[in-house]
Design a protein around this ligand. Structure first.
Ligand code: NFC
Length: 554
């Protein structure tokens, strides 16, 4: 029997426009998968011929989610090009802003974007709140928002929605799907945390605004340093950062961490989240400066899932190609020489599985030609997964003493082997481990900043741009979805070329000229879908990457 094509478009609860097409065999096992974005942005062309001092502001518009990431990357690429080293106070302030972004990002991802892939909201209506309240103590020392009365209120609130036939944000999901594994009481705990996380994410957005002036799109970075000098000198402002950081940390420990452990224990026999899959190559860059010399997370590359060796990154081996992307130039180019010239070639006709399971006439991507606005980044010609899983695996494999205990704690509490890290479940857990590490160790940056401000108030390094000189520089770091790099060339004091190689591009990019598929696609191949009209397994795998397609296409 011929394979059937299934189209999932749009993938919701993500940032941007992502479409997934898969071909399944007669047993509903995915044989081929295609990841595509259907909307082009064009920021790399907009920034050309502009004043490089504006690169941060222009690149910030790539994304409304990791708005700080591209802002900082645009600024630090210019600093690198001009040979500017910002003062320690500026570096630590940027680091503290980055921590706020990660905490906000991962809490929102687990509860509001990915959570309902694990939680059956309708099942929570059958829960016994008293039992659920006791259950919460199994996973957290000080459970949050899971007192019996809290849970009764949550149940009543959601029941009212359901009785009115208005599920609001919980509508149009696959409630009752066979692969949901939590008990009604566990579903109720997570539902309560979903609602609580709406408050916590507001506090974490404020945490970013403490030094950023506002969120999204903070405004306090400048080439050479930071401009939030008044905030750094204001004890009440600094105190508020500390208070909000602690609110976030407590939620991460007693809700997020606890819920991931609970979900991992219940899902550990569900093949769709525990089977090893993917490109098995991982890359991440050091991040979260804690003091003059130390960073919380490590740099490196793991190949073929082998944790016994971590390779250094050679920046010269990073390329992007467009063999299957809607751009004119196919060849693999280093980002300093990258090109972004759109060349849209459209869709083809084919029958696909319709909403009721019957075949319908459709337009689909042409997998033999160009089929996505996302390019294919490669390292030494190989696809790489980037993101929290890469960061945690690399820091773990390098024996990072702040990360090893947290990974071991996760494995001990869930009874999972190390191999389980290389799965959808492992990817979801890694995001939690990453912010747990920030919550536990991030304030070292805060304390270093306070101590340093007593003897040194510098926040800016002055510089000059020589019109007659040519410059090139780059930023490389890890942002919430993984390794991000920005590459700039400056000539006649304007931007001559600019390329952003973005985490979601690494993960969501299409097939390359050698026929190698990217991480989203590789994680779908081999996956069995129980019901083709309710492709929850596909959504769960894809959501575990926390796609940001605004970033991926830029
Ligand atoms: Ni948008 Fe991103 C940045 C991506 O580069 N992908 O994490 C960051 O968005 O969220």
């Amino acid at each position: 029997m011929a394979n059937k094509r299934v189209v999932v478009d749009p993938i919701t609860r993500i940032e941007g426009h992502l479409r997934i097409e898969v071909e399944v065999d007669e047993n509903n096992v995915i044989q081929n998968a295609y990841s595509t974005s259907t909307l082009w942005r064009g920021l790399e062309t907009i920034v050309k011929n502009r004043d490089p001092r504006d690169a941060g502001f222009l690149m910030q518009r790539i994304c409304g989610v990791c708005t700080f990431s591209h802002y900082r990357a645009g600024i630090e690429a210019v600093e690198d090009a001009l040979g500017i080293v910002p003062p320690l106070n500026a570096k630590l302030t940027r680091s503290l802003m980055n921590m706020a972004l990660f905490m906000h990002d991962h809490v929102v991802h687990f509860y509001h974007l990915h959570g309902l892939d694990w939680v059956d909201v309708v099942s929570a209506l059958d829960a016994d709140p008293a039992k659920a309240s006791k259950e919460a103590f199994k996973y957290a020392e000080l459970p949050i928002a899971t007192g019996e009365n809290d849970l009764k209120k949550v149940k009543k609130r959601v029941k009212e929605f359901v009785d009115k036939g208005q599920l609001g944000p919980f509508a149009n999901a696959y409630w009752g799907h066979k692969t949901y594994r939590l008990t009604p009481e566990q579903n109720l705990i997570l539902l309560s945390h979903y609602l609580k996380a709406l408050e916590v994410q507001r506090d974490l957005a404020k945490l970013m605004a403490m030094f950023g002036g506002k969120q999204p799109h903070p405004q306090s970075l400048t080439v050479g340093g930071v401009t939030c000098v008044m905030d750094l000198m204001d004890p009440s402002r600094m105190g508020e950062y500390l208070t909000l950081f602690k609110v976030g940390s407590e939620f991460i420990e007693n809700a997020y961490q606890a819920d991931v452990i609970m979900a991992a224990k219940m899902y550990k026999d569900e093949a769709s989240v525990t089977e090893q899959a993917g490109v098995m190559n991982f890359m991440s860059h050091q991040e979260m400066q804690l003091n003059k010399t130390e960073f919380l997370f490590d740099t490196g590359i793991i190949e073929n899932g082998d944790l016994s060796k971590v390779f250094d990154i050679n920046e010269d081996l990073i390329t992007e190609e467009a063999t299957h992307s809607w751009y004119a130039d196919n060849e693999a180019l280093h980002p300093y020489n990258g090109k972004t010239n759109p060349n849209y070639t459209g869709f083809k006709d084919m029958d696909t599985v319709g909403p009721d399971g019957k075949m319908i006439h459709s337009k689909v991507i042409d997998e033999n030609g160009k089929y996505s606005w996302i390019k294919s980044p490669r390292y030494d010609g190989k696809p790489m997964e980037v993101g929290p899983l890469a960061c945690i695996l690399i820091s773990y494999a390098k024996g990072n003493e702040k990360i090893v205990p947290l990974v071991d704690d996760f494995l001990a509490k869930t009874g999972l082997p190390k191999a389980a890290l290389f799965t959808t479940l492992g990817r979801t857990a890694a995001r939690m481990i990453q912010v747990r590490a920030i919550a536990k160790h991030g304030l070292e940056a805060f304390n270093t900043l306070i101590e340093n401000l007593k003897v040194d108030q510098d926040t800016f390094t002055s510089y000059k741009i020589d019109k007659d000189k040519e410059y090139r520089g780059r930023f490389i770091g890890d942002v919430p979805r993984g390794m991000l790099s920005h590459w700039i060339r400056i000539k006649n004091a304007v931007v001559e070329n600019y390329q952003a190689v973005v985490p979601s591009t690494w993960n969501a990019g299409p097939i390359d000229s050698l026929g190698q598929i990217g991480p989203y696609e590789a994680n779908l191949v081999g996956l069995k879908v129980q019901d083709l009209t309710q492709p929850l397994e596909i959504i769960r795998v894809i959501h575990s990457f926390d796609p940001c397609i605004a970033c991926a296409v830029h």
